[in-house]
Design a binder for this molecule. Structure first.
Ligand SMILES: C[S@@+](CC[C@H](N)C(=O)[O-])C[C@H]1O[C@@H](n2cnc3c(N)ncnc32)[C@H](O)[C@@H]1O
Length: 295
């Protein structure tokens, strides 16, 4: 079992680990260019729940992998994210859309823990994120793994609840914790891959390792980027993720006043089982309200 790291170090790593991986948005898009099944899943979910055209609140929208697909499909999307670099890339992708599709996307800087797109200035009252609540909110691709404590998750779910229309749904995915992966030797380099950096065009090696704190259920990942020719600086990028176990997750959403109405183990709508890589949840408000939480 990995030794526990100090609280101070955890906080530092969490802080850098929720931002650093998202400072090179072009590299992010390159690394996840083949990840398409989740995009199709969220588009299909929106079509099923909203029909041909509806309003979606997207949390942690990033560079817009899902946002763009939803807008192209006819939905209006209010896309919230905290990373200026990811949002800049999203804005340029929106600008490149056909005019009608581009007009369906509103990009809003905001934090998962305290966002509010309903009470924005009167000047924005006519825009997509005016005061009416949403029939669907989503957080695609492990976004909620950037909520590192029970209190942070609860705060986010409270904001989601405040933004959902009656009968509305919140859909999100997080990884299924992989026990063998979590306890990998943190001193080895794993997944070594050669690639060409999309911005600098230099040949690079990628590799990774991590430490896992089993008490806080936080994995602190290091992503190493090293020039193949050995010339020039190497980079270490931190990425921190909170791991959620299935029964715990169900209890946490229930604690915030939601009930799980659908649960899948992948983006092909297959049920969650022990071989699943992802936990894909669709939640609705439960009849009773959320409970107060301590921290
Ligand atoms: C793994 S990316 C997913 C991006 C996008 N949903 C996708 O499917 O490609 C996680 C996103 O969450 C954002 N994020 C992390 N912590 C956040 C926070 N506290 N508030 C808002 N966004 C946050 C990051 O900036 C990043 O864009």
């Amino acid at each position: 079992m990995s030794p526990r790291v100090s609280q101070e170090l955890i906080e530092e790593l969490i802080d850098s680990g929720s931002r650093e991986h998202y400072t090179d948005a072009a590299l992010y898009d390159y690394e996840y260019r083949r990840r398409r099944a989740d995009v199709a899943f969220y588009r299909e979910l929106a079509n099923k729940r909203l029909g041909a055209s509806g309003r979606v609140l997207e949390l942690g929208a990033g560079t817009g992998r899902v946002t763009i697909a939803l807008a192209r499909a006819g939905h209006e999307v209010v896309a919230v994210d905290a990373s200026p670099q990811m949002l800049a890339r999203l804005r340029s992708r929106v600008a490149a859309l056909p005019k009608a599709a581009g007009a369906r996307v509103q990009v809003v800087p905001g934090d998962l823990r305290n966002f509010d797109v309903l009470s924005r200035s009167p000047a924005s009252a006519g825009s997509l994120h005016s005061r009416s609540r949403f029939p669907l909110a989503i957080a695609a691709f492990n976004v909620l793994e950037h909520l590192y404590t029970r209190g942070e998750l609860h705060a986010c779910l409270e904001r989601v609840a405040a933004h959902l229309a009656p009968g509305g749904a919140f859909a999100f995915d997080v990884q299924m914790p992989d026990l063998a992966w979590l306890i990998r030797d943190p001193n080895k380099r794993w997944a070594k891959t050669r690639f060409t950096d999309p911005t600098t065009k230099r040949a690079m090696y990628y590799s990774t390792n991590h430490d896992y704190d089993p008490v806080n259920q936080i994995v602190m990942i290091r992503l190493y980027y090293e020039p193949v020719d050995g010339r020039g600086p190497s980079r270490v990028v931190h990425l921190s993720q909170r791991k959620f176990f299935p029964a715990e997750l169900e209890a946490l959403v229930a604690h915030a006043g939601f009930r799980v109405v659908d649960q899948f183990g992948d983006f092909q709508w297959r049920p969650l089982d022990g071989s699943a890589e992802s936990q894909v949840l669709v939640c609705e408000r439960a009849r009773t309200g959320p409970k107060k939480t301590a921290r």
